[in-house]
Design a protein around this ligand. Structure first.
Ligand code: ACO
Length: 273
């Protein structure tokens, strides 16, 4: 795929870290149909891309993502059922289906505004680090709609019910520090440190066994909706699948380094790969 041809998205690489950048800064990275279609292609391309060890989702300019483009995604599609249907499919496909099941670790690097529909991709990412100065908000109520398109679901699953109701009914905006306090994100740092903090996390993840990381994220997402018995059986099956799929036989190698060679301690860090 020729990333240079993209108009609403940019892809940049730094070592094994691939930065996927929503790139409509003049519209605060609001999500147009074109952005949705491009993101579907980008995530499909990167899923099995050998160079991509960790994916970082961020935004160009002063915004992470100002939600759906109210003009291009809503008003202009209101009377075009076919185009609206295709845009909605793509919108759901990349922000949830492809991103939440992306086979490598994903980090939301929230550099600025994060409103409305942007909460879906925020929760679809495995990790989220924001600038202290970023502004978050479930602003749907402010223009007469509900947090639909999966937002209402991810916030009740991912936040306390009290916070989900508070922010979706008041539309109050809040900064990165507050977002960390209510566990919407992992942590916030001053904007000048945001990239370094993100890269540090990405590099930590890139040192781990990739098949193990993949299995952990798949498992944790799915067991949330299972009974205890289903989860126990599923996790055993995933453990066996992981060993089968792990081309570097990490489990055996790690046991050797700990038990025989005595060159590392699992409690204090990963085995030497
Ligand atoms: N949809 C369409 N256009 C948008 C959006 C959006 N979600 N957000 C920003 N823009 C456009 C503005 O219309 C403006 O365009 P123009 O230059 O052609 O007039 C441009 O981006 C810059 O926006 P400003 O409002 O001038 O920028 P400012 O930095 O002052 O404010 C802010 C940024 C706070 C993000 C503001 O633009 C805003 O409130 N946007 C809407 C946020 C929102 O409610 N999103 C949820 C949408 S609903 C959903 O996602 C389901």
């Amino acid at each position: 795929m020729d990333f240079d041809k993209l108009q609403a998205v940019k892809v940049e690489r730094q070592g094994g870290i691939t930065f996927v950048i929503l790139n409509r800064p003049e519209k605060r990275n609001a999500m147009s149909p074109q952005l949705h279609f491009e993101m579907v292609e980008v995530l499909k391309e990167l899923a099995e891309d050998e160079e991509t060890k960790v994916l970082v989702l961020t935004g160009a300019g002063e915004s992470w993502c100002a939600g759906q483009d109210i003009k291009l995604f809503f008003r202009e599609l209101d009377d075009k059922p076919k185009e609206r249907h295709l845009a909605r499919l793509a919108n759901h496909e990349w922000r949830w289906t492809l991103l939440s099941s992306f086979p490598k670790p994903t980090i939301a690097m929230v550099n600025g505004y994060c409103f409305g529909g942007a909460f879906v991709q925020l929760f679809a990412c495995d990790f989220a680090i924001a600038a202290d100065e970023a502004q978050f908000g479930l602003s749907e109520v402010n223009w007469g709609i509900l947090p639909g398109g999966l937002v209402g679901k991810v916030i009740v699953d991912g936040l306390s019910y009290r916070d989900a109701v508070w922010y979706s009914m008041t539309g109050d905006s809040f900064d990165g520090k507050k977002a960390a306090e209510i566990k919407l994100i992992n942590k916030s740092v001053p904007a000048v440190d945001l990239r370094a903090a993100t890269v540090e996390l990405a590099e930590t993840l890139a040192r781990k066994n990739p098949q193990t990381l993949r299995t952990i994220k798949e498992s944790l997402r799915l067991v949330r909706g299972m009974s205890v018995d289903q989860a126990a059986d599923y996790l055993l099956a995933k453990e066996r699948e992981m060993r089968f799929m792990d081309t570097e036989s990490g489990r055996a190698e790690a046991m050797k380094q700990f038990l025989d060679d005595k060159t590392y301690r699992p409690g204090m860090g990963e085995y030497q790969r």
